[in-house]
Design a protein around this ligand. Structure first.
Ligand code: GLC
Length: 754
């Protein structure tokens, strides 16, 4: 396809490769990041994920040897061959990643005669397992390679042997392991080898395909229907380094407001002022700490965004201010689809300014969502984003504290939007085919920027659809799961992979969105969900209500125990968010992130880390009250009993209904808060520092938890030294904010295992 390499030229850190039939570029961004670019579609990158220049000065060399042209940075080298075959090596010369040269051979093909038969029973039959795409790359796989990331895909943690598609999709059926796509398109994955590790960020927004060795065990491929071949090869020496590099490129989650880490109660179907007041009252009566209640589409007047139904909510402003007195903030859903209705201001304004996407013939494109016929803002245009952002004033003036963007794949009820619907990418006219996967991303950007301008506070925005880089604007949830044990189980690898894809602030609908939960499932889900950064119980209209008090006394007290656990650990979660902002490392982490050389954790689907200090091994199966827990190397302590465990092995652990097995790494310092019903109930609470046996150090972060003054230095950072859980030294690394009224030390003593 490319032919022979004829010659090359170098301009700064970009090497232009002139092949017989095509020109390609390698751009050295940092020691560990090289961009590979073939401008099939546009001359420029036009990335939606990467903002601003990312090039750092790198002293690289370019040498011709007998075989190939070799580009070397201090950390990586890339051998450049004819036909644009590239081989990447680490600094010690180990081959990390080679372009595949052989013929593509599907592992299995169906006999023609069986195809008709299979189709008769309704099976989807793909005759050729080798699907060539107009833009594609095929690279070799080694026997032990494991693959992680790729956003919110269903199924197991290690994506090796599976295939996926990136096309943001709202699929109402129960999410199955075999789904190829869901709501988010994050074309980033990490390949962990027996020796070595690398990441690839394939920055292409068109419908894309990833075959991770399903077609053939000796290669994997990624490709798209259109666009450029534009990928970033990231070669670090550990998984955290790869993730730090990926988030250096695509951005990191900004610190959230502290309250956003509290508990959120939600249900599609809370549809009147009385209902909301009733829920708030019950939360208080049952002593369930809570920081937010979500207003689903029922608050609107006939599902028109930027309206509030006056018949069911006589005075929304007073309602919201009363809830706030109880510490409860309102988060409102906003969908992109604007109802087609004469004299409805959002519609009329958008039409007169030409802000909605259009048909190729130039008419406003109409599909249908909740309000019936609806039109879609062209969020790729800066003026549309500003218009939307300015209108958010409707919500801020009522006292709303956060926005939940939904249906922004965009979902549509009258069939999918055709590929040729006209969209804009900043000032360039393009189509739905290119902008679909970044529609939710651009809507999140409009919301984040608008909210920030209006309030000056850190915006709390949730989004369902994402692209790489959406972490800069929004938190996300995994969409419409169901009250199924399989979905509770899947929540772990799904959230872990989202974290490995640069999206740290995530959560699932606790209890399950669709279908009906059971007391046991609710108890187990809250034990897993209390560790999700986005901590929300949400369910669908038509399914059984799932507020915590509806499952009997036992489940209610279990529920309270885990919400209280979360509130006590809020300083730890907040510290982890600070770490996210600085390094890109997520809050919820698969064990493989920190123990990549331990083969036992490479396919670990039912345990996860919260930061580096806590390991949760929840029960995710019905009827189970004892489970095997694997603890990686080092010494660990049972959070509940303080019993000591040697890592590197499995243990059978008791887990009656009220116990989520939870372990603390030796030497940990856990920063904790006193009990509160909401963040800020105690205006300036003391800090509790739990020192666990073992030696270690910990950095704790403190600021006002609300605005951006920390970026001008208004924060404190404390270094806490833990010497075998006994004595501690606390030193300030940064001083720019007030001190705690008190710091209480709690020394945990080790207990022998019974
Ligand atoms: C979508 C959302 C869900 C919401 C519902 C109604 O299904 O994913 O969370 O409750 O729409 O707005």
């Amino acid at each position: 396809m490319f032919g022979k390499l004829l010659n090359h030229t170098t301009d700064g850190q970009t090497v232009t490769l002139h092949y017989e039939k095509q020109t390609a570029y390698l751009h050295v961004l940092t020691d560990t990041i090289i961009n590979v670019f073939v401008p099939f579609h546009t001359k420029e990158h036009l990335s939606k994920a990467i903002e601003g220049g990312k090039e750092q000065p790198v002293s690289f060399t370019l040498q011709q040897d007998q075989e190939s042209l070799v580009l070397s940075t201090p950390a990586l080298s890339c051998r450049i061959h004819d036909d644009f075959k590239l081989d990447f090596h680490d600094k010690d010369g180990n081959l990390l990643c080679a372009d595949y040269r052989g013929r593509r051979i599907p592992r299995f093909t169906l006999q023609e005669s069986l195809v008709e038969l299979s189709r008769k029973e309704g099976h989807e039959v793909n005759l050729s397992d080798t699907v060539d795409h107009p833009v594609q790359c095929v690279k070799t796989l080694d026997e032990g390679d494991c693959i992680y990331g790729l956003g919110d895909k269903t199924g197991v943690l290690n994506k090796r042997y599976y295939e996926y598609e990136n096309w943001n999709s709202d699929i109402p059926d129960p999410h199955e392991d075999c789904f190829k796509s869901l709501y988010k398109s994050i074309p980033f994955f990490i390949i962990l080898k027996e020796k070595g590790i690398y990441g690839i960020f394939y920055d292409n927004t068109f419908r894309s395909y990833f075959n991770f060795g399903k077609e053939n065990n000796s290669y994997y491929s990624f490709g798209s229907t259109d666009g450029n071949l534009d990928y970033y090869f990231i070669g670090g020496s550990s998984m955290p380094e790869i993730l730090t590099d990926y988030t250096y490129l695509t951005g990191r989650m900004p610190l959230p407001q502290k309250w956003a880490l509290g508990y959120h109660q939600s249900r599609w179907g809370y549809d009147s002022e009385e209902t909301f007041r009733g829920i708030a009252k019950k939360l208080q009566e049952h002593r369930i700490p809570c920081d937010a209640i979500h207003f689903d589409i029922d608050y609107m007047e006939r599902y028109k965004v930027f309206t509030w139904d006056k018949t069911r909510f006589a005075d929304a402003k007073t309602l919201l201010s009363d809830l706030k007195k109880q510490g409860i903030k309102a988060v409102t859903i906003i969908d992109p689809g604007v109802k087609v209705e004469k004299d409805y201001p959002m519609y009329e304004e958008g039409i007169s300014n030409g802000y909605f996407v259009k048909t190729p013939q130039g008419d406003t494109y109409v599909n249908a969502v909740w309000p019936g016929d609806a039109v879609f803002p062209d969020f790729g245009r800066p003026e549309v984003r500003s218009w939307w952002g300015e209108h958010l004033r409707f919500y801020t003036e009522l006292g709303v504290s956060g926005v939940w963007n939904d249906m922004n794949e965009p979902a549509s009820f009258n069939g999918p939007l055709p590929d040729d619907v006209v969209f804009t990418d900043e000032d360039r006219t393009t189509t739905h085919a290119e902008m679909h996967n970044v529609y939710g991303h651009n809507m999140a950007k409009a919301t984040y920027e608008g909210w920030k301008n209006l309030t000056g506070k850190r915006p709390f925005v949730i989004t369902r659809a994402c692209y790489s880089g959406s972490q800069k604007y929004a938190t996300a949830w995994t969409g419409d799961n169901q009250s199924l044990w399989t979905h509770l189980r899947m929540a772990i690898p799904q959230q872990c992979n989202l974290g490995l894809s640069g999206m740290p602030f995530i959560g699932t609908d606790i209890g399950g969105f669709g279908a009906d939960t059971t007391p046991e499932l609710m108890a187990r889900w809250i034990q897993t969900g209390c560790f999700s950064p986005l901590f929300r119980n949400h369910c669908a209209i038509g399914s059984m209500n799932q507020e915590p008090w509806l499952f009997g006394e036992e489940v209610l007290s279990i529920y309270r125990k885990y919400v209280e656990l979360r509130y006590s650990l809020l300083p730890y979660f907040y510290d982890l968010c600070r770490v996210c902002e600085q390094t890109g490392l997520p809050v919820i982490r698969p064990l493989v992130l920190h123990y990549e050389n331990d083969r036992n954790v490479r396919n670990m689907n039912d345990e996860f880390l919260i930061g580096e200090s806590l390991l949760a091994a929840p029960v995710v199966d019905q009827g189970v009250t004892r489970r095997l827990v694997y603890l990686p190397e080092g010494v660990w302590y049972d959070y509940w009993t303080h019993e000591e465990y040697q890592g590197g092995q499995y243990y059978p652990v008791d887990a009656p209904l009220d116990v989520c097995p939870l372990f603390v790494k030796a030497g940990s310092v856990l920063p904790k808060a006193p009990a509160q019903m909401y963040v800020g109930q105690i205006p300036d609470p003391e800090l509790i520092l739990e020192l666990w046996p073992g030696t270690g150090s910990y950095v704790h972060y403190r600021d006002n938890g609300e605005d951006f003054s920390y970026r001008d230095g208004a924060y404190n950072e404390y270094l806490i030294e833990n010497r075998d859980g006994q004595e501690a030294g606390i030193r300030k690394l940064h001083e720019g904010y007030t001190d705690y009224p008190d710091i209480k030390m709690v020394y945990i003593s080790r207990k022998k295992r019974a």
